[in-house]
Design a protein around this ligand. Structure first.
Ligand SMILES: Nc1nc2c(ncn2[C@@H]2O[C@H](COP(=O)(O)OP(=O)(O)OP(=O)(O)O)[C@@H](O)[C@H]2O)c(=O)[nH]1
Ligand SMILES: [Mg+2]
Ligand SMILES: [Zn+2]
Length: 358
């Protein structure tokens, strides 16, 4: 790769990726990064030009599940055939980190939200609707991804409750993740975000719809790069203003990925990620009499004892048990996952054949 090409790729975060993964590339490989995806095609950039792209037949044959398809943030190799107006992606380079959740309507297949992230901002609004609801789920998928989670409490200008109380409530569930409270309206608190956003690093914004992800992105970009919508426009189901995942390179050299609000955060995580989210529960569970204690009704259960003594919050333990069950269920259903993936694969190949023989 020419040095000038490399410099352009570095704008997209290539340097960090190269250091982490040391990809072994052919000399003339054309490298790009996926900046957005739509149902049938992708947008990618090599730092110099933007391309509309699709995956090559060769890559299609090798994809088994949704996870094998390119996702926003992926580094890919591509060609630009003269006969076609779209670039062809023929390889997805190994991922440094992968943020995943279970696909909507729970057909159990994992879906990649974004790849090659350094940091993930989990954005929650502390306005009058503030609830810490699915925060532990979000934290779990970030821990599993390998990226660093930061809890961003947005809309601090609309906070009704006591600042300290809100902060403490989040501190109790954030399991050591950094917490930043800010307002993208007044700019208050935004400065302390920058230490989690090194130039050249990639950060993804996730959280419920309406939390203020795109507004924060615009604030950091210094211009309206993403569309936002007034909360009053939200219906009861929550209106999803951002409809696709998209990567933005800011003038400051920071790379941010905006995503649509997530309602269901189906877990695709292992026990380790769960343990990272609930270190307090795990530490106490060490003292249960039985190693395989379910913390529900066993004699000598240290977790139940800690609830009684007030050391652990009963609601938090209940959430832990629920997530643990979900993780175990998924692990048991692995073969089902594969069957669904195989079926899809066959269907996809069939379709591609029909298309090419037309
Ligand atoms: N007062 C106040 N309003 C904010 C702040 N941040 C965002 N908002 C408002 O909240 C509403 C939703 O903001 P968006 O940025 O569109 O939310 P989002 O998280 O991107 O939503 P989706 O794209 O649907 O996931 C808009 O009306 C914003 O103006 C803030 O810090 N203070
Ligand atoms: Mg948005
Ligand atoms: Zn126990």
């Amino acid at each position: 790769m020419h040095k000038s090409d490399m410099d352009k790729l570095n704008r997209l975060g290539w340097q960090r990726y190269r250091l982490a993964m040391q990809p072994n590339l052919e000399k003339n490989a054309h490298v790009g990064r996926i900046t957005a995806e739509s149902k049938r095609y992708y947008f990618l950039s090599d730092g110099h030009s933007d391309y509309l792209a699709e995956i090559s037949g060769k890559l299609l044959h090798r994809t088994l599940g949704l996870e094998d398809f390119p996702a926003v943030g992926d580094w890919v190799l591509f060609q630009t055939p003269e006969s076609k107006d779209r670039a062809a992606i023929y390889r997805v380079l190994p991922r440094h980190t992968t943020l995943k959740r279970r696909a909507v309507r729970s057909n159990e297949e994992a879906q990649v939200i974004a790849a090659n992230l350094d940091t993930v901002f989990i954005v929650y609004a502390v306005d009058e609707n503030f609830k810490t609801g699915r925060l532990e789920r979000f934290l779990a998928i970030v821990h599993e991804s390998g990226a660093v989670p930061v809890v961003v409490l947005s809309k601090s200008d609309l906070m009704r409750g006591n600042r300290k109380t809100v902060y403490r409530e989040v501190l109790n569930i954030a399991s050591g993740a950094a917490i930043v409270m800010l307002s993208a309206k007044t700019g208050e608190g935004v400065d302390s975000l920058f230490k989690h956003l090194e130039p050249g690093s990639t950060c993804c914004l996730i959280g419920p719809s309406g939390a203020g992800k795109s507004t924060l992105l615009n604030f950091l970009a210094g211009s309206e790069v993403a569309r936002t919508a007034d909360v009053r426009e939200f219906d009861m189901k929550g209106r999803h203003t951002t409809t696709k995942r998209e990567l933005f390179v800011l003038d400051s050299g920071r790379i941010l990925i905006d995503t649509p609000g997530i309602r269901e955060v189906g877990l695709v995580v292992g026990d380790d990620a769960l343990a990272s989210v609930f270190p307090d529960v795990m530490a106490i569970a060490e003292h249960c009499r039985f190693r395989n204690c379910t913390h529900k009704h066993e004699p000598g259960c240290a977790v139940q004892a800690a609830i009684v003594s007030g050391e652990l919050d009963a609601a938090r333990v209940a959430r832990y048990l629920k997530l643990k069950e979900e993780v175990a269920e998924r692990e048991g259903g692995g073969s089902k996952d594969r069957k669904i993936a195989e079926k899809r694969h066959a269907k996809r190949i069939h379709k591609a054949f029909r298309k090419s023989s037309r």
